[in-house]
Design a protein around this ligand. Structure first.
Ligand SMILES: [Zn+2]
Ligand SMILES: [Zn+2]
Length: 209
């Protein structure tokens, strides 16, 4: 990551674009004050950020903020999966306790309290899932904004590629359905982003022209 940024900084084309084009293309509201000045705040925590990591549109972020954001998103996905698994197991348990064998057994020993307790636990888990899903969604929207201008191939590149290929099933130029590739409309070297609206589908021969 560090070396990639360093390498790009040496590139004159890249320099030109970070000097002049970062502020107008940033869709946040912070850039209104001085369009030519590079944003000095971390886009994640909004804290001062003189020089940590820089996106291709000039946006800055703290390496640690990004790491925490990515880790938090991963953890929440994991928790949601665990909670869903637990809910499935509890539902199975409730179903089993309502089978004929258990119903007869429960006439003597009772299970009302047990089912009630299991149902209550399911409700708690559903609440936790909702909470985590909300935060996860928020994180992902922020990560997506970062990855739009990621200085190298963005970590969510395969999702972007799939999304574009789902929308465009033929070559934009010749209509071919074979050997399709996803390419940039405005190349990265000319200030293009990884945003979906800057991607299109061409066949391999057309992409080489
Ligand atoms: Zn930060
Ligand atoms: Zn073609």
């Amino acid at each position: 990551m560090k070396t990639a940024v360093q390498k790009k900084t040496d590139d004159d084309t890249y320099k030109t674009h970070t000097d002049y084009s970062e502020a107008p293309r940033h869709d946040g509201a912070q850039s209104a004050a001085s369009p030519r000045r590079v944003e000095r705040h971390c886009v994640i925590c909004n804290g001062g950020c003189d020089d940590d990591e820089r996106l291709s549109n000039g946006t800055l972020y703290h390496r640690d903020c990004y790491r925490n954001l990515a880790r938090d998103t991963y953890n929440r996905s994991y928790l949601i999966k665990v909670y869903r698994g637990e809910i499935a197991a509890l539902k199975e348990q409730i179903e089993r306790s309502q089978s004929i064998f258990h119903t007869i057994k429960n006439i003597f020993f009772g299970n009302g309290y047990n089912v009630h307790r299991l149902t209550a636990r399911i409700e708690v888990l559903q609440g936790l899932i909702q909470e985590n899903a909300k935060e996860r969604y928020h994180n992902i929207s922020l990560l997506k904004k970062l990855y739009d201008f990621w200085p190298t191939t963005p970590p969510d590149w395969s999702f972007r590629k799939k999304a574009v290929l789902a929308m465009q099933t033929v070559c934009r130029r010749c209509g071919s359905q074979r050997h399709l590739v996803v390419v940039y409309k405005i190349p990265l070297s000319e200030g293009g982003s990884h945003r979906i609206d800057n991607l299109e589908v061409l066949c391999k021969p057309c992409s080489r022209k």
